[in-house]
Ligand binder design. Structure first.
Ligand code: NDP
Length: 456
């Protein structure tokens, strides 16, 4: 595309179409990446045409192109001596406002499209946190489920042996994501330290004993619930007594459920890739404690949870058929489709806030918007995780640890601020378009930094 002329003379709809055609041509077959870019472009592209400095400098087009991508072989050995070859990735997406920052996903479905979508979303999310964090994402098609600790360790060491060439505490600071919890972060940190012979905060999500932040494990789930509290506050409402459907049973789901319970809400569902459990009375403390052991120590399936407590279990299904006031999808991308959304609306859902990244399809979002359901996109509502990762980096830099209360307060304040930014840019008469608000607020900060730094 040649340098654009004065946008006031151009038709925004035609220009958006032209832009999306170009992005599709450049990234063929990358379904999730194209979905994420389209969702943002619908709000941001017309905005850039109203603000010619962004349009003329092709700032949004530049944001859609990763600064660099590494793809590499990760060989490792099983306990019985078989050789396995995984494919590792790191995407350094945007460093306009800080060093690259974003998680590592270990899951058999990992591919370039999924990691590019996650890295792209990370630009806006990290900008919204108010912290100086650039955007990145990485991972591998390795599946830690069913692997022994030793196999996971060998994989992590091999992955880090290559990754260590590209990261650093002032360059790129990876964290956890699906399949990467404190065990995996520990093995990777150990290998990095051994190779570089330096003890620095090159990864976040570390255990507290060696430089982790208190509240980091809780941060994404807690943050998501704090965001819902802010949404309800605007309606002069709160979470007390609200029936909540949560999907997933990993890190984000566990702590979203915990905070919902602490605030007097009823958590009626949990799930994993095998199916979902339903407890119409809401989880109690004993059940939550068992969930933590089941998923983090025994690494078992959610069906076992239903067995233990005599609850209904629905194999191969997702929890969106149940009656609820609040739905928090906390498992994975595209887990709520248009039909699920229709069902949720029929059952009276008032708020949907994404704990996972892009769990709602475009069709689902359309259904929520049409029916005036309050809908929060993950880049706003799940930003608490990366925000506390940013706080972990700050604590590592000053070689000091803040108390639980201090970190929790900072997290709460950040979620309030993100909500405020969404309202500022997304208010539209009587309704708040949180998606538009998050997209534009996230864009402006990074865009201004890119403009200031010239054509790089
Ligand atoms: P975990 O690995 O701890 O848990 C993931 C959960 O989602 C598991 O219950 C898993 O079930 C389920 N799941 C994964 N893939 C699928 C699938 N294809 N279909 C159905 N269920 C699935 O990951 P996290 O809790 O950390 O992450 C969950 C989501 O939140 C992801 O989208 C992640 O990108 C996002 N996120 C995470 C942050 C963090 O701080 N951890 C920060 C911001 C966003 P099973 O075990 O059966 O695979």
């Amino acid at each position: 595309m040649a340098t654009p002329m004065n946008p006031s003379k151009l038709d925004p709809k035609k220009e958006l179409k032209k832009f999306l055609t170009l992005i599709k041509r450049k990234n063929p077959g990358e379904r999730e990446f194209l979905q994420a870019v389209t969702e943002v472009a619908v709000d941001v592209f017309p905005f850039t045409m109203e603000h010619p400095k962004y349009f003329k400098n092709k700032i949004f087009e530049r944001m859609c192109e990763p600064e660099r991508i590494f793809i590499f072989r990760v060989p490792w050995m099983t306990d019985d001596g078989r050789i396995m070859i995984s494919r590792g990735y790191r995407i350094q997406m945007n460093s306009a406002i800080g060093p690259y920052k974003g998680g590592l996903r270990l899951h058999p479905t990992v591919n370039l499209s999924i990691l590019k979508f996650l890295a792209f979303e990370q630009i806006f999310k990290n900008s919204l946190t108010t912290l100086p964090l650039g955007a990145g994402k990485g991972g591998a098609d390795f599946d830690p489920r069913g692997r022994s600790d030793n196999e996971v360790m060998r994989f992590c060491q091999s992955y880090m042996t290559e990754l260590a060439k590209y990261i650093g505490n002032n360059i790129d600071i990876p964290a956890g994501d699906i399949g990467t919890g404190s065990r995996e972060i520990g093995y990777m940190f150990g290998q990095y330290k051994r190779m570089k012979n330096e003890f620095v905060g090159v990864l976040t999500g570390k255990e507290f004993s060696y430089g982790g932040s208190l509240i980091r494990p809780e941060a994404t789930g807690y943050g998501c619930v704090y965001f819902v509290e802010e949404m309800l506050k605007l309606k002069e409402d709160n979470l007390k007594g609200k029936v909540c459907a949560v999907s997933g049973s990993g890190n984000v789901a566990q702590f979203a459920a915990r905070k919902l319970m602490d605030l007097g809400a009823k958590v009626v569902t949990l799930s994993d890739s095998g199916g979902y459990i339903y407890n119409p009375d809401g989880l109690d403390d004993e059940q939550w404690g068992y969930l933590m052991k089941l998923k983090n120590v025994d690494r078992g399936r959610i069906s076992k949870f239903a067995e233990k407590f005599g609850l209904a279990y629905y194999p191969e299904e997702r929890p969106w058929k149940v009656k609820c006031d609040v739905a928090l999808p906390c498992a994975t991308q595209n887990e709520v489709n248009g039909e699920d959304a229709e069902m949720l609306v029929k059952n009276g859902v008032q708020v949907v806030a994404e704990g996972a990244n892009m769990p709602c399809t475009p069709e689902a979002i359309e259904v929520f918007t049409k029916n005036r359901v309050l809908y929060a996109p993950g880049k706003a509502s799940n930003a608490g995780g990366v925000a506390v990762s940013g706080l972990e980096m700050a604590q590592n830099s000053i070689r000091y640890s803040w108390t639980k209360e201090e970190v929790d307060k900072k997290l709460r304040d950040i979620m309030k601020e993100i909500h405020k930014q969404c309202v500022k840019y997304g208010e539209n008469g009587t309704q708040i378009n949180y998606m538009k608000g998050a997209n534009i607020a996230g864009f402006v900060k990074v865009a201004d930094a890119m403009l200031a730094q010239g054509l790089v």
